[in-house]
Write a protein that binds this ligand. Structure first.
Ligand SMILES: Nc1ncnc2c1ncn2[C@@H]1O[C@H](COP(=O)(O)OP(=O)(O)OP(=O)(O)O)[C@@H](O)[C@H]1O
Length: 238
């Protein structure tokens, strides 16, 4: 009999303090994030909610080390990443090792099969092609889409493509999964399955999942909803 999974207290994976970001200068100045404080732990699926232009994508991109904040601090998986400036020289490698990205329109490479789209992440990390394929097949199996491993993205349904995209986001065993409108192209049932899968991934793999979404049909499945308005957190609903 398999031994039960030990109960582990959540630990912070994303720690943000007083984070600010302004785009442009002078008359075109836009404060996109103002004094953001947010801590997200293992096992959590957190939604970033708010009207268009409220700063959701900017916050996701700062956590993903794609956009450089102006001020504040970011710690990812216990490591200081930003403190008024980047503290890590190779941000590309940091992203490759720590973060999995999932996008609205899955962003799979159209000329690679489902398994190749997943395996490429492992080969970029230096793994041999054989091992990378084996790992890709395992992840596609975990997401119950391995029967479509040889299909090109254009031949996958929306739900299948999003599962492959999640498998790809997991390929580097990230502690942090960032998803930008991952369910916008899916119907209610498939959207619910995708969010439940993310919750399963967060719990089983000690990861934190952050989802930017306008999709009201998934709100009830999120552990926490962080509401942004004009660059500030105005409400957090658990
Ligand atoms: N690269 C940029 N250059 C200038 N302004 C920007 C840039 N990116 C975002 N902004 C501005 O920063 C503010 C926050 O934008 P952001 O994209 O984070 O909002 P959002 O909540 O994700 O919006 P949406 O729901 O429409 O995607 C907006 O006023 C936007 O116009």
């Amino acid at each position: 009999m398999a031994s039960p999974r030990p109960i582990v207290a959540p630990r912070p994976v994303v720690e943000i303090a007083r984070l600010s970001k302004t785009f442009g200068t002078g008359a075109t100045k836009v404060p996109a994030l103002i004094d953001i404080d947010l801590t997200i732990g293992t096992g959590e699926v957190v939604g970033l909610i708010g009207p268009s232009g409220s700063g959701k994508s900017t916050l996701l991109n700062c956590i993903g080390c794609i956009t450089e904040p102006d001020a504040g601090t970011i710690r990812l998986d216990g490591r200081a990443i930003f403190d008024g400036k980047w503290l890590i020289g190779d941000l590309r490698r940091l992203r490759l090792e720590t973060i999995g990205f999932i996008f609205q329109f899955h962003n799979l490479l159209p000329f690679l099969s489902a398994w190749e789209n997943v395996a490429i992440v492992r080969t970029l990390m230096g793994e041999s092609p054989e091992r990378a394929k084996a790992r890709a097949m395992e992840l596609l199996g975990y997401l119950q889409v391995d029967h479509r491993a040889d299909a090109l993205p254009s031949k996958l349904s929306g739900g299948e493509a999003q599962r492959v995209a999640i498998a790809r986001a997991l390929a580097n065993e990230p502690r942090i999964i960032l998803a930008d409108e991952p369910t916008a192209a899916l119907d209610s049932e498939r959207a619910a399955i995708v969010i439940d899968l993310m919750k399963q991934v967060a719990t089983e793999r000690d990861a934190a999942v952050i989802v930017v979404t306008h999709d009201e049909k998934i709100f009830s499945r999120l552990d926490r909803m962080v509401h942004l308005r004009d660059g500030r957190i105005v409400e957090v609903v658990s």
